[in-house]
Design a protein around this ligand. Structure first.
Ligand SMILES: Cc1ncc(COP(=O)(O)O)c(C=O)c1O
Length: 446
């Protein structure tokens, strides 16, 4: 275990009681042969313990399972129990509605696990995300929070999928929503306001979307007569490490609402709640204590509170296993990289994911000395490099596997197939909850 892999992001090097591993069949069927070697063969007969679309591996220690699977491709190991725990912990302190931001990780296992844990609202940005949520949770409340939507997407979301809540940050989007829903009387409209630039966020969200305070006030005024529920929304930027940003945002929202002169029903505080990658960050309880104080101080505690957490719920639920394809000094060429599941470690964000070397089967002692390694991804592009540094045993060699922790957020969802390296396998440690059943009558709005 690395120093950086402490706290919530800890990867236990010695998991002895891992429950049966369930391999979710995605694009490739992952099989273990008699010798324990993995082979991907779409035409081969299913192994003995393959049923219901899942492959069940016998219970073993985590490292033994990784060595037995011998993954040639990137392999995600998803911990459903951890996700359920994260969701329940967050929802308990939020004090409002928790609408998971599907873009962060739309894997069916994630959506199904959240639904079983009690999630009944989701933040979606596209028809594909709407369909994915409906497949896992037919009754969920959907917030369509992309400020610039295709007209066809609005129409289908409203008529086919029962979506009533839409965001907008421009008057043209309001006209579009009204046109595509034929002036529906049951709309819930959210005006997204821009916040000042946030240097404490890994990615600042102030420049692409969001109306200025004056525009936002005018939009609230324009929306009020044509909607059933009116909300104001903001987003502090992703991986926001400054709790004060939320309290300042609440004060800015109060000013906009006062300026609009119309009654507002809801405040959407967006996402941005930080995950614990390499150091201490404020826990949701700490952030919500500050947020609720700010709501009370600004006279907004009577509004419905909605949040759209992504990263904080899923980051630590998934580890990514990669293989060292070649070592050149302190540079390790891996089976995954910036164009695959490790975008955040690339030149844009330079994330230092916690890493762990998988001990070797042959008993070769792993050096106690650590070297700060850099990573290179499998594609031919020189942007596909990750500076880290990533501390690993200094005798790591070609063919070894590395476990990259905190890989549940913006990893699967950002994978590309550049150079043909896009596919990854996915296994679930422990069993997945059952699918939520479709209600007998088709629900319109929920
Ligand atoms: C509108 C909106 N809501 C929520 C999120 C989730 O943010 P995070 O994963 O930082 O919590 C995002 C991320 O891009 C977003 O754009």
């Amino acid at each position: 275990m690395t120093d950086s892999a402490s706290g919530r992001g800890r990867i236990s090097p010695n998991v002895r009681t891992v429950p049966p591993v369930k391999i979710v069949r995605r694009r490739h069927r992952l099989q273990t042969g008699a010798g324990g070697k993995q082979k991907n063969d779409l035409h081969a007969a299913p192994p003995r313990d393959f049923r219901d679309g899942f492959f069940y591996a016998p219970p073993q220690s985590r490292d033994m399972q990784i060595r037995a699977l011998a993954p040639q491709k990137p392999l995600y190991i998803f911990d459903a129990a951890r996700l359920a725990e994260n969701y329940r912990g967050f929802a308990a302190v939020c004090g409002g509605e928790t609408a998971y931001a599907v873009k962060c990780n739309p894997h069916p296992a994630v959506l199904r696990t959240l639904s079983a844990a009690g999630a009944s609202a989701f933040d979606v940005a596209s028809l594909a995300e709407i369909r994915a949520v409906r497949a896992a949770n037919p009754q969920a409340k959907l917030y369509f929070m992309h400020p610039v939507k295709a007209p066809e997407a609005i129409a289908e979301a409203y008529t086919v999928w029962g979506v009533r809540a839409f965001v907008l940050d421009h008057i043209d989007e309001l006209y579009k929503i009204l046109r595509e829903t034929a002036l529906a009387p049951d709309l819930e409209l959210f005006v997204r306001m821009a916040l000042p630039k946030n240097g404490a966020a890994a990615l600042d969200f102030s420049s692409k979307f969001g109306a200025t305070p004056d525009e936002a006030a005018k939009l609230l005024e324009a929306c009020r007569p044509v909607c059933r529920r009116l909300g104001l929304a903001f987003h502090t930027g992703t991986q926001n490490t400054d709790t004060g940003t939320y309290t300042r945002a609440v004060a800015a929202a109060a000013d906009v609402i006062a300026k609009s002169g119309v009654p507002v029903d809801a405040l959407d505080a967006g996402g941005g709640f930080p995950a614990n990658y390499t150091g201490r960050v404020a826990a949701p309880a700490e952030i919500f204590a500050a947020l609720h104080t700010a709501l009370a101080e600004n006279g907004l505690d009577n509004l419905d509170l909605i949040t759209e957490p992504g990263r904080v719920l899923v980051a630590d639920t998934t580890a990514l296993i990669v293989r060292v394809e070649q070592r050149r000094g302190d540079l390790l060429y891996l089976t995954d990289g910036v164009y695959g599941g490790l975008f955040d470690a690339g030149p844009q964000l330079r994330w230092r994911y916690p890493v762990r070397h998988i001990p070797r089967e042959d008993g070769t002692p792993v050096s106690g000395h650590r070297t700060n390694f850099r990573f290179a991804g499998p594609t031919c592009d020189s942007i596909d490099m990750m500076d880290g540094p990533f501390p690993l045993p200094d005798n790591i060699k070609t063919g070894d596997w590395i476990e990259i922790g905190q890989a549940g957020a913006y990893s699967q969802s950002l994978r590309t197939d550049f150079n043909g390296f896009g596919t990854a396998d996915f296994i679930c440690a422990g069993s997945l909850p059952r699918k939520t059943k479709k209600p007998k009558t088709t629900s319109k709005n929920i």
